[in-house]
Design a protein around this ligand. Structure first.
Ligand code: SAH
Ligand code: SF4
Ligand code: F3S
Length: 471
């Protein structure tokens, strides 16, 4: 469905607010929780706000508009929202700032009910399917002084050409698909982000070309299940234009690899069950595709994986890793793991440790299972006591940290290609960048090296970064 007119309509609201805001030097503050998809959404919200005449401030106390883009993938996100709302109440009282909350958590009725009941000072609430309509919602709140609640529970649509203000001028995120159809039993995302839909190849390629001409060196393709890009469209015979030969994730990687100026391509997250040979071959063939692949494991035990509805077994995961290691030179892997899924026994948890031992990941993102209202996992009987979950988490963490330390040693003495991102936050005199495998490297060098890929000799390793020397 063509949504061009809907986006055009919103441009009018942007202009109207811009007129109202003229010469007022208004400021906005934005807080983003959650994944890179949410961060990319926030960049779009920032794009809209800057067109309306707001400028960004990191200090909510001096903001005329406070925006919160929420996540609900785990419980601690909720604590953070309600803590933050207490703080924003004071900003509202002192400055009369507009308070707007959007994102995934707003798709949960029990949350919006609680906001309306306990935090009545919130002016605008909007969800994941109505982000494009934020200008209209804000206009109504500003001019009509009425509270706006704009949430739709639909499959969702794709909106192109929204304004965007990117966080970096070196690395950019490009969302290639929205939603998720996998329904892993622990996960809330399919309920709050709707069904899987892919952007048109032309829209993605044109966006990346524009980024390349804007001087961007690295792009990250985003989606909840990137390696099923265009699958739903093909299954349901939804028409799309095969632009530059793109009709799958593998062909998308190949097309982007040809774009001059772009030097690094990353993507998150692929699903192991959809890791077909054409994708593996494309990664191996495309020189710009980074050889660090994020391959979410979640659990190393076949029974738990089945309960999680992940649709692969321990052996299938390990075989896939083996195949990838054989076909992709210099491959490194990162992963996501959940401990304490309902019913997980100590022995089953040992399988997760076993896979970690075998694969030797470059990085592991570890999570304690968190019950999410509305998911099948929440209704499962054998919830694991917090104490056991924490014990397992600590055990996994100790193993992962010892592996990272061992792995870091291997870098010392090697020459690594590093994309220089800027000055180090902790030390003004040092520069910081990342290797192909996404390791942070800090080193002494001239600022003229920023936004270049250079060879660095690694001279020492520290848990979360490496030290390099530029010669
Ligand atoms: N689509 C991506 C990731 C989405 S959420 C994928 O399939 O890999 C990011 C990570 O959060 C997941 O990989 C999972 O490890 C974790 N996660 C999701 N739901 C969770 C829950 N209820 N409790 C704990 N961790 C969870
Ligand atoms: Fe959640 Fe699974 Fe979809 Fe990832 S693939 S977003 S974990 S349901
Ligand atoms: Fe969170 Fe939504 Fe991303 S729930 S992890 S922000 S898709």
């Amino acid at each position: 469905m063509d949504t061009t007119n809907k986006v055009k309509e919103q441009e009018k609201f942007i202009e109207k607010i811009q007129e109202i805001n003229q010469n007022k030097q208004l400021k906005y503050n934005i807080l983003t929780m959650g994944c890179q998809l949410n961060e990319n959404d926030s960049e779009k919200l920032c794009g809209m706000l800057e067109k309306m005449g707001y400028t960004k401030t990191e200090n909510p106390k001096e903001a005329d508009l406070c925006l919160f883009n929420t996540c609900c993938v785990r419980e601690n996100a909720e604590d953070k929202l309600f803590g933050k709302l207490g703080e924003l109440k004071r900003v509202k009282e002192q400055r009369g700032a507009i308070i707007a909350i959007g994102g995934c958590m707003m798709q949960e009725k029990h949350i919006t009910d609680k906001i309306k009941e306990s935090y009545p000072f919130v002016d605008v609430i909007f969800g994941t399917h109505t982000l494009y309509r934020f200008p209209e919602d804000l206009y109504k709140a500003l001019v009509e002084k009425k509270k706006q609640e704009d949430i739709l529970d639909i499959d969702g649509e794709i909106f192109e050409n929204l304004p965007i203000k990117r966080d970096s001028n070196i690395k950019a995120s490009v969302t290639i698909m929205n939603g998720c159809n996998n329904f892993c039993t622990y996960c809330i995302v399919p309920y709050v982000r709707g069904r899987e839909r892919s952007r048109e190849p032309r829209a993605i390629i044109e966006e990346v070309k524009e980024l390349a001409s804007g001087g961007y060196k690295e792009i990250t393709l985003l989606g909840q299940n990137v390696n099923s890009y265009l699958r739903v469209e093909k299954e349901k015979n939804i028409e799309f234009e095969q632009y530059e030969g793109v009709n799958s994730f593998a062909t998308l990687l190949r097309a982007i690899n040809k774009i001059n100026g772009i030097e690094r391509i990353r993507f998150v997250s692929p699903h192991p069950k959809d890791f077909t040979d054409d994708v593996i071959e494309a990664i191996a063939d495309c020189d710009k595709v980074c050889k660090l692949i994020h391959l979410p494991l979640q659990s190393g035990n076949t029974k738990v994986l089945k309960e999680m509805n992940r649709r692969y077994t321990k052996e299938q995961y390990l075989n896939l890793v083996e195949k990838m290691k054989n076909k992709i030179p210099n491959l490194t892997l990162s992963t996501d793991i959940i401990v304490g899924f309902p019913g997980e026994t100590d022995e089953e948890f040992e399988d997760t440790l076993d896979v970690v031992n075998k694969v030797k990941f470059e990085q592991v993102y570890m999570f304690i299972y968190s019950r999410r209202v509305g998911t099948p996992g929440d209704k499962m009987k054998e919830q694991i006591p917090e104490e056991i979950k924490h014990k397992r988490f600590d055990k996994l963490k100790a193993l992962v940290e010892s592996q990272i330390e061992e792995n870091n040693q291997k870098y010392v003495g090697t020459i690594q290609k590093v994309l220089v991102e800027g000055k180090s936050k902790n030390n003004e005199n040092m520069l910081t960048g990342r290797t192909d495998s996404n390791k942070v490297v800090i080193f002494e060098g001239d600022t003229s090296l920023i936004n270049k890929i250079i060879d660095l000799k690694i001279i020492s390793e520290h848990m979360w970064y490496l030290k390099g020397k530029y010669e």
